[in-house]
Ligand binder design. Structure first.
Ligand code: FAD
Length: 483
C-alpha cells in the first residue's frame, strides 16, 4: 500500500526509485539536478548560503560568464546589523532582507540545506526544506558561505526552551518570535487575574552576551518600553526590568574600552541591570528562573541568548576531507581556497565568512569580513579567463603571483538606545594595524550608524522603506500587534 503509493508518487515527480538491496525497501530519493554537456555550459559556481558572504558573492560575480546557483534554506539575504531594530518594530521585517531570486541572471536557487560534498563527482547532496527529499547539484566551483549558528554551550534548559521562553537572534524568524513573545508577556501581564509576582516575572527580560548585538537589542528594548509601552500599557511600567548578563568583566570586548565604559554608564542610568563577570548556568522551565554563576536567579519572562557561535551541521559533519581549525571552522589559505594538502578538491572549493578561518591571519566573524572576502573572490573569478574550471585546471582562477586577500577594517559601530551610538575607529585600516583615530559616541555616532547602513542597502525598495519606518516609529511609535 504505502510503499506502492510512494513509488507511484516518485515516478510522477521524475525521481528514480532507489532500492535497498538488503530488504528491497525504497531509499530516500536522490535526484541529480541537470547533468550538463560540457561544450554548451558555462562553468558552474555553486554558492552554499545566502548571507553576507554568499549574497555578496552572488551580487558581484559576473553571471553572464558563469552559471551561478545558490543553495540556502533562507530564500533571502538578511541585513543582520539591523536585526535588533526589527525585534521591537523600529523597522519592519520586510525592510531588512533582499530576496535571492530578485538577483538578475541567477542560474538557479534551491531552498534547501547542503548536507555533504563529494569531491570526486563534484556534487553537493542537498535536502529540500519543504519535502525533505534529497537531491544533488553538480559544481565546477564551490563557494561555501554557510555562516555559523548559535552556540548554547549545552547550558541546561536553553536549547530545550528555544522558541518558548528562550530565543536566539540570528534569522528573521527569530526577530518575529521575540517580538511576539514580548507582546505575549505584556498581554499576559495585563490580564487582571495575573498576580504581582507573575507580572514581575513576565515583564523581566534577560539578554545573555555582552557583544554589540546584545547591547543594541537592550537599547532597542529600553526605547520600546519607554516610548511605546508606556503609552499603551501605562499600569505595567513599574513591573518591567531588563537584565544584561556578560561573562567577561566588561561589555563589548571587541570595542575600545572607552566605548564600553560609556555604554555601561548609560545602561546603568537607564535602569538596565548589568551582571558583569557572571554567566548563565541554566534556565529552569518549571519556575521560569534564569540561574547565574554567582548563585542568584532571575525570574524571567523572556531570555535572548546571543552569547556564542558554532559551525552548522553541514560544516561540522558534511565535509569529510576538509581540514578544520578552532571551533571547527574550515581552514582556508590566503586565496580563500580550502586547505587541501592532497589536492583532493583541485582548487575548486572556496570558503569564506563565519564558517572559514585562515590560521595565519584569523579574522573575527563579521559582516564586513564576509562581504570583503566575497567581493575579492568574485573579482578574481570575473577577471579569470573564460571557460576556466570546465576542463582547464581550476588553479587558473588566479593569475600567477596574484595578491592574497587582505582585510581592511572600516571600524566598528553600534547604537545603544535613546538616539545614541558609538563608532570605534581604533582598528581602522589593514588587519592588526592600530590607528590613532580613537572612538566617538553620542548622537552624531548614531546618525553615522544610520547613514552608513542606509548607504549599504542593495535595493531601492529598502533604501526607501528603511527611512520611512525610522520616521514612522519616531513620529507615530512602533507596532505592538502580535501575529
Ligand atoms: P551568514 O550571513 O550567517 O549566512 C549564512 C547563510 O548560510 C545563511 O543564508 C544560512 O541560511 C545559510 N546556511 C546555513 N546552513 C546551510 C546549509 N547547510 N546549506 C545551505 N545554506 C546554509 N557583523 C558586523 O560586521 N557588523 C554588525 O553590526 C553585525 N551585527 C550583527 C547582528 C546580528 C543580530 C547578527 C546575528 C550578526 C551580526 N553581525 C555583524 C555578524 C555578521 O552578520 C556575520 O559575521 C555575517 O553574517 C557572516 O556572514 P556569512 O556569509 O559567513 O554567514
Amino acid at each position: 500500500g504505502d510503499e506502492e503509493a510512494r513509488r507511484a508518487s516518485m515516478a510522477r515527480r521524475g525521481l528514480s526509485a532507489m532500492v535497498n538491496q538488503a530488504d528491497n525497501k525504497l531509499l530516500k530519493p536522490v535526484r541529480l539536478v541537470s547533468s550538463r554537456s560540457l561544450a554548451k555550459a558555462r562553468p558552474r559556481i555553486v554558492i552554499v548560503g545566502s548571507g553576507w558572504g554568499g549574497y555578496s558573492f552572488l551580487s558581484y560575480i559576473d553571471k553572464k560568464k558563469y552559471d551561478v546557483q545558490v543553495i540556502s534554506p533562507s530564500n533571502h539575504f538578511l541585513f543582520t546589523p539591523l536585526l535588533p531594530s526589527s525585534v521591537v518594530g523600529t523597522l519592519e521585517f520586510r525592510a531588512i532582507q533582499e530576496p535571492v531570486r530578485t538577483v538578475r541572471n541567477l542560474g538557479a536557487y534551491y531552498q534547501a540545506k547542503a548536507l555533504s560534498v563529494d569531491e570526486n563527482t563534484r556534487q553537493i547532496t542537498c535536502k529540500g526544506i519543504f519535502s525533505g527529499d534529497e537531491f544533488r547539484v553538480e559544481y565546477d566551483f564551490l563557494v561555501c558561505a554557510a555562516g555559523a549558528k548559535t552556540n548554547t554551550f549545552n547550558t541546561p534548559g536553553i536549547a530545550d526552551r528555544e522558541g518558548k521562553e528562550v530565543f536566539f537572534l540570528k534569522h528573521l524568524h527569530h526577530a518575529r518570535q521575540i517580538r511576539n513573545r514580548i507582546l505575549e508577556c505584556f498581554e499576559r501581564a495585563a490580564i487582571h487575574l495575573t498576580d504581582d509576582a507573575e507580572r514581575d516575572r513576565l515583564l523581566t527580560f534577560v539578554v545573555v552576551g555582552g557583544g554589540p548585538t546584545s547591547c543594541e537589542l537592550v537599547g532597542e528594548l529600553r526605547d520600546f518600553i519607554r516610548n511605546d509601552v508606556a503609552k499603551w500599557y501605562p499600569d505595567l511600567q513599574d513591573y518591567i526590568s531588563i537584565h544584561l548578563v556578560e561573562a567577561q568583566s566588561r561589555l563589548l570586548g571587541s570595542f575600545d574600552e572607552s566605548v564600553a565604559k560609556i555604554v555601561e554608564r548609560r545602561f546603568r542610568r537607564r535602569n538596565i541591570q548589568l551582571h558583569l563577570g557572571a554567566s548563565v548556568t541554566g534556565f529552569d522551565p518549571e519556575t521560569g528562573i534564569t540561574k547565574l554563576s554567582d548563585g542568584s536567579g532571575i525570574p524571567t519572562g523572556m531570555l535572548v541568548w546571543s552569547a556564542g557561535l558554532e559551525q552548522t551541521r553541514f560544516v561540522q559533519d558534511g565535509l569529510d576531507g576538509v581540514e578544520k581549525g578552532p571551533g571547527k571552522r574550515i581552514i582556508i589559505d590566503d586565496h580563500l581556497r580550502v586547505s587541501d594538502p592532497d589536492n583532493k578538491f583541485d582548487n575548486r572549493f572556496f570558503a569564506l565568512g563565519d564558517c572559514a578561518i585562515n590560521m595565519e591571519t584569523p579574522l573575527a566573524p563579521l559582516a564586513q569580513v564576509a562581504g570583503q572576502q566575497a567581493k575579492w573572490l568574485a573579482k578574481a573569478f570575473n577577471e579569470a579567463p573564460t571557460g576556466v574550471g570546465l576542463v582547464a585546471p581550476a588553479a587558473q582562477v588566479f593569475k600567477p603571483d596574484s595578491d592574497p586577500f587582505a582585510f581592511f577594517s572600516l571600524g566598528s559601530m553600534l547604537t545603544f538606545g535613546g538616539f545614541q551610538g558609538a563608532v570605534d575607529f581604533t582598528q581602522v585600516g589593514k588587519q592588526n594595524e592600530e590607528s590613532n583615530l580613537g572612538a566617538l559616541s553620542g548622537f552624531l555616532s548614531f546618525a553615522m550608524w544610520r547613514s552608513a547602513y542606509l548607504l549599504r542597502q542593495n535595493s531601492w525598495t529598502n533604501r526607501i522603506l528603511i527611512p520611512m519606518y525610522w520616521f514612522k516609529s519616531f513620529l507615530l511609535g512602533r507596532d505592538i500587534s502580535r501575529f
